[in-house]
Design a protein. Structure first.
Length: 433
């Protein structure tokens, strides 16, 4: 029976245990202090025992981030400047992957006014926009990528992976879910192409096959490359990627040389389905966040569209423990490469159950790390004390607006302070509290 302390082989990489920090935005941006921000976030996790950190989505091109807080990795120099991050994680015995991608039509240059006014060109799209969402893009120039441009993007993924290896990262993951550009290639909701990258599931996924080859060519065949595989929820009577297709896609990715897969259920739209929980009301109740939101989206119509995504996502898909279980459990029965579990995993018991029942090989926790950097210590120790995270989604709008990746729920802050006070009161005289 597999337990959380067992090491795991992922391609050429051996990870010390089965717990990983799932990729979420840290709000580090691309300034001179970006590496410092990541070190501040990840070093405590590694020190607390987490096996693997996946550094959340960086952008492969100068434009295409979905938030100002995302990091650009479009040049070798920018990636090498992140070298202190893997160094800090390795110092404490952990492993770290760089996740990279592109926002496609949901890039911030499409909606964030200060960046939209400075964009150098149109927004990249897989195909002409689906009729359902066209109204939200009125006035936004859209460019459907040519076949040659897709091949150039494939090359860039390989280059970024090579730079990541040079910077000391242990592997590379594609940001291929959550309605980002690669997800848009995979999804029949968006992809209506008639070239080699459109049509059947195999053709829509052809871009993944080429990216894996590009990573092997430029970063080395032994450099671990992982991929997220999305099953989608969609409005009625619209096409979507199904759970059955994710199983087929996982088998294809194994054939193509990917070293692990992460099956996830998301929406075809970039709403809070991907982070199931409450409606983040502080978007209109918190003055600081509201001010940033209005500056980013001065148009009332655009703000209404963005707000609707938060409200509908929260109402239609509230928090459910281990919500991707049906998906990763099914994929696990069909592939021989490691399967990563993520989505609503919050307790040591849930982690033990997933591993003990052979439902996945690696178990990820994301947002709770914002409130508890030392959470791995409790999970690895089997503690039944509940996590501080309330699944309120209060952290999501600040992420979108480029603010730091921390917990913004005031109730969590109060609980954290209360726990610290209790721990201090329990200290014996003459010893640190």
């Amino acid at each position: 029976m597999t337990v959380v302390h067992d090491p795991l082989r992922i391609g050429s990489l051996t990870v010390r245990n089965r717990l990983y920090r799932a990729p979420v935005l840290e709000g580090a941006g691309s300034g001179p202090d970006a590496a410092e921000a990541y070190v501040k976030a990840f070093a405590p996790n590694a020190k607390a025992g987490v096996g693997l950190v996946i550094q959340g989505s960086a952008c492969i091109f100068e434009e295409g981030r979905t938030s100002p807080g995302m990091t650009l990795v479009n040049t070798r120099q920018r990636v090498l400047e992140l070298r202190p991050v893997p160094d800090a994680v390795h110092l404490h015995g952990g492993s770290i992957l760089l996740q990279a991608g592109h926002g496609g039509i949901y890039s911030m240059e499409a909606w964030h006014e200060p960046y939209a006014s400075q964009r150098s060109g149109p927004i990249l799209a897989v195909s002409p926009l689906p009729r359902l969402i066209r109204a939200a893009f009125i006035g936004v120039p859209i460019h459907v990528m040519t076949t040659d441009e897709v091949h150039a993007m494939v090359t860039r993924y390989g280059e970024v992976a090579a730079w990541a290896r040079e910077a000391g990262y242990d592997g590379f993951q594609l940001a291929s879910a959550n309605a980002k550009l690669l997800d848009q290639f995979l999804s029949p909701f968006y992809n209506k192409r008639t070239d080699e990258f459109g049509g059947s599931l195999e053709k829509r996924a052809h871009v993944l096959r080429l990216i894996r080859a590009s990573v092997a060519e430029r970063a080395g065949a032994d450099f671990p490359c992982l991929v997220k595989l999305p099953a989608e929820k969609a409005p009625p009577f619209t096409p979507r990627s199904t759970a059955e297709e994710v199983v087929r896609l996982a088998k294809l990715c194994e054939e193509w040389g990917y070293d692990a897969v992460t099956p996830v259920e998301v929406s075809v739209l970039p709403d809070t389905t991907l982070s199931r929980g409450g409606v983040p009301a502080q978007l209109w109740r918190n003055n600081a966040i509201t001010t940033r939101f209005r500056a980013a989206a001065p148009s009332r119509f655009r703000r209404a569209v963005l707000t609707a995504g938060y409200v509908l996502g929260g109402k239609q898909h509230p928090f459910t423990p281990v919500w991707n279980r049906h998906l990763f459990r099914e994929v696990k029965t069909h592939v021989g490469i490691p399967v990563f579990a993520v989505g609503g995993i919050r307790t040591a018991d849930e982690v033990a159950s997933i591993l003990g029942n052979d439902e996945a090989d690696m178990v990820g926790i994301g947002r709770p790390f914002y409130a508890e950097p030392d959470l791995p210590q409790r999970i690895l120790g089997g503690s039944r004390e509940p996590v501080l995270c309330r699944n309120s989604n209060h952290c999501v709008p600040p992420q979108m607006l480029g603010m730091k990746g921390v917990c913004y729920n005031p109730d969590v802050k109060k609980e954290k302070a209360a726990r610290a006070t209790t721990a201090g009161a329990g200290a014996t005289p003459g010893t640190p509290g």
